[in-house]
Design a protein around this ligand. Structure first.
Ligand code: V1P
Ligand code: CA
Ligand code: ZN
Length: 393
């Protein structure tokens, strides 16, 4: 039996609409919305729904999405289909779209998908702001590359920006943390010129080699020191193969410094699971518990917390990680043996798929050498510390 503590007056909420998992980007596309079904099955299999407020969310309206995105871009997103896409040749180029084998394909039900994940993130944000939830979770969101008027890297609408913009009505300083293996460029760009949002992304960094190529250590906001956004973008650029110990230490020290200096009133964390070992697109060697450490760390600040998903391309491990992190939020410890009665148990069974365990060893499956030197990691810590001299709460 799981031991679930549910202290009075401490609420965790789970925001989801299962229609989102029915969508397909295309046969060969790595982004697989059905990983959300796998996640939900595990969460229910462990009985975590009894420890949270479960909300079935409504799709976001075009009006709501237009608080950040360009109207013309949204008209295109709403109207384009695989059947009429030829009529939108100019728009396709303008908005960074394609049909097959593209990062951002036009697929059937695309607008439905977009409004569902955005609606769930906004619902979660509203519950945090109203104080009804201390922690609100939406694993279907976290699409951090989308720009005001273009799609990028599997992301069409930036639900994170929408949520943070809503939260800015309630909090004067918000810290955004991004542990997806990719740079959170869309969120960084949207809040480039404000000191009311601090963005902090941890990612693999290799310009011209690894997507999206931005997020170097010197990318800290506008260089014009009179611009309020100066020093309010932070990046932790990493190389292949970082391990649990180094990542946890780095996360603790860097995030700790930032929270101490900036004193945010709320935190939003994007938990892209492509930073795990063995991810189809990722390059790190992290285990589920090291990824989860980041959630534990921000939870321990006791600040209002919005948790969203993101990337993650080995579906069974995405589901494991987000289930573990849901459990951390409610204070439950989960048994390493997966529950027997879950549908899709086969996805988690057999030696290749983690042997029916919740915490298989992922640190060795990718065979990536750790290319990060102690010196480089030290330079990152020193730089962030240095930047914090300019930051006041
Ligand atoms: O590398 C690229 C672009 C496409 N080339 C012209 C350069 N794209 C990446 C996009 C990764 C997006 C990650 C999204 C997220 O941060 C948030 C949800 O996780 C890419 C890759 C890759 N290996 O990096 N696209 C694809 N693979 C791809 C493969 C098959 C079909 C379609 C896209
Ligand atoms: Ca990141
Ligand atoms: Zn990613």
């Amino acid at each position: 039996n799981n031991c679930i503590e549910r202290p009075q007056g401490y609420n965790v909420s789970f925001h989801y609409n299962s229609k989102v998992e029915q969508h397909h980007f295309g046969k060969t596309h790595p982004m697989k919305p059905w990983r959300l079904q796998l996640t939900k099955q595990l969460v229910l299999g462990y009985g975590l729904e009894y420890a949270m407020d479960m909300y079935q969310t409504r799709p976001a309206t075009k009006q709501e999405i237009a608080i950040f995105h360009d109207r013309g871009y949204l008209d295109f997103l709403e109207l384009v289909t695989p059947n009429n896409v030829d009529e939108y040749r100019d728009e396709q180029n303008k908005y960074n779209f394609g049909i097959e084998f593209y990062d951002c394909p036009v697929f059937d039900g695309m607008w439905d998908y977009i409004s569902l994940y955005s609606g769930a993130t906004m619902d979660a944000a509203r519950k945090v702001c109203s104080g009804q939830s201390n922690i609100a979770i939406n694993w279907s969101g976290g699409l951090h590359h989308a720009k005001k008027s273009s799609a990028s890297g599997f992301c069409y609408v930036n639900d994170i920006v929408l949520a943070i913009q809503y939260m800015m009505q309630y909090y004067s300083r918000i810290l955004y943390i991004d542990i997806d293996v990719h740079h959170g460029d869309g969120v960084e760009q949207a809040f480039h010129s404000t000191n009311r949002v601090m963005t902090l992304s941890y990612h693999k960094y290799a310009p011209n080699e690894f997507f999206p190529g931005t997020g170097g250590l010197d990318e800290t906001g506008p260089k014009d020191t009179y611009n309020e956004g100066a020093h309010h973008s932070l990046n932790v650029p990493l190389k292949d193969g970082i391990d649990d110990h180094e990542y946890k230490e780095l996360f603790k020290v860097v995030t700790g410094h930032v929270i101490e200096a900036y004193k945010p009133q709320a935190i939003v964390i994007q938990c892209g699971a492509d930073s795990l070992g063995g991810d189809r697109l990722g390059r790190f060697n992290l285990n589920i518990t090291a990824h989860g450490y980041c959630v534990e760390f921000v939870k321990a600040t006791h600040l209002p917390l919005l948790i969203i998903g993101g990337g993650g391309y080995t579906p069974r491990n995405v589901a494991r990680t987000w289930t573990h992190e849901t459990a951390l939020c409610v204070g439950a410890q989960l048994h390493d043996d997966l529950p027997w009665h879950i549908p899709y148990r086969r996805a988690f069974s057999g030696e290749r798929n983690g042997d029916g365990k919740l915490y298989p060893d992922l640190s060795t499956v990718s065979l990536k050498q750790n290319q990060n030197t102690a010196e480089e990691l030290h330079t990152i810590v020193k730089n962030v510390h240095w930047e914090m001299r300019y930051v006041h709460s």
